[in-house]
Design a protein around this ligand. Sequence first.
Ligand code: SF4
Ligand code: SF4
Ligand code: FES
Length: 300
Amino acid sequence: MSEPITLRPIGPPPRPQPPAVTLTIDGRHVTVPAGSTILAACQASGIAIPTLCFLETLKPVNVCRLCVVEVEGARVLAPSCSRAVEAGMVVKTRSPRVVLARRVVLELLASSVDLSTAPGLAELLSEYECRPERFGAAAATVAQPVKIDNDLYVRDYSKCVLCYKCVEACGPDHQNTFAIAVAGRGFGAGIATEFDAPLPDSACVYCGNCIAVCPTGALMASREFDLRRSGEWEPSRQTTTDTICPYCGVGCTLTLHVQDGEIVKATSPLDNSITAGNLCIKGRFGWSFVSPPARSTGAE
Ligand code: SF4
Ligand code: SF4
Ligand code: FES
């Protein structure tokens, strides 16, 4: 008699699931996979935590401290974006100490940085009852001239909160170009190219992946910068359309932002498995030919 045939599923064997960890967040028991961050556990339970330097496509660098939470028994507040959960951990996300810490972080930023184009920060300043003006009119700021040294994007470090996202995106997390780094120390620290060279003289390859992760608008594509400066940038009049970049075989997903019939920006979805929000110079900037200046018909 012949042996019965056993059918095996095609593909790699299923990965073993990490063990589950149960902790308490704001009095509720929460169970998440071991290795999750406190932030991920909060998000899974519908608890909102403000973040600034965190992005799901980048490794946490823990520099903004906006996401801090109180962990029972710990001496200092913990950055939820990078602190892993532990069994039996007791976490408070809105204790008076947490609220005060977030308020001071926001006030220090708002007193020294231009946050006018940072999405969501005005709402946070109001939610945490911030009074950045209490530092006085003479408070030090990072105000400086806008750097416009190329046709594709603009750097306005008056709006930089030193979140390191652009450095991570340009460096080890995405692009591996390493054209920018944090230079200087203390209040004088800032993002710079090598020897603070103009962008065209630096290692920058103009992928614009730094623009895509910048949370404040310090880095901005030139078309958006120009439209904002002339008062014509109007997100409420913009629609988005996902398409595939036609330039090469990688086939990156492009999200085209269109205002009044003109493509004004190109991005890629963060959750796209191919791009993780990244593009190259062609996908990010190579669409202006779609809406060229009106051509002469020769009739006039
Ligand atoms: S330029 Fe933008 S992304 Fe880079 S550190 Fe400053 S705020 Fe963060
Ligand atoms: S964005 Fe660049 S890498 Fe991606 S499909 Fe277009 S040309 Fe190719
Ligand atoms: S978001 Fe966690 S330290 Fe910045």
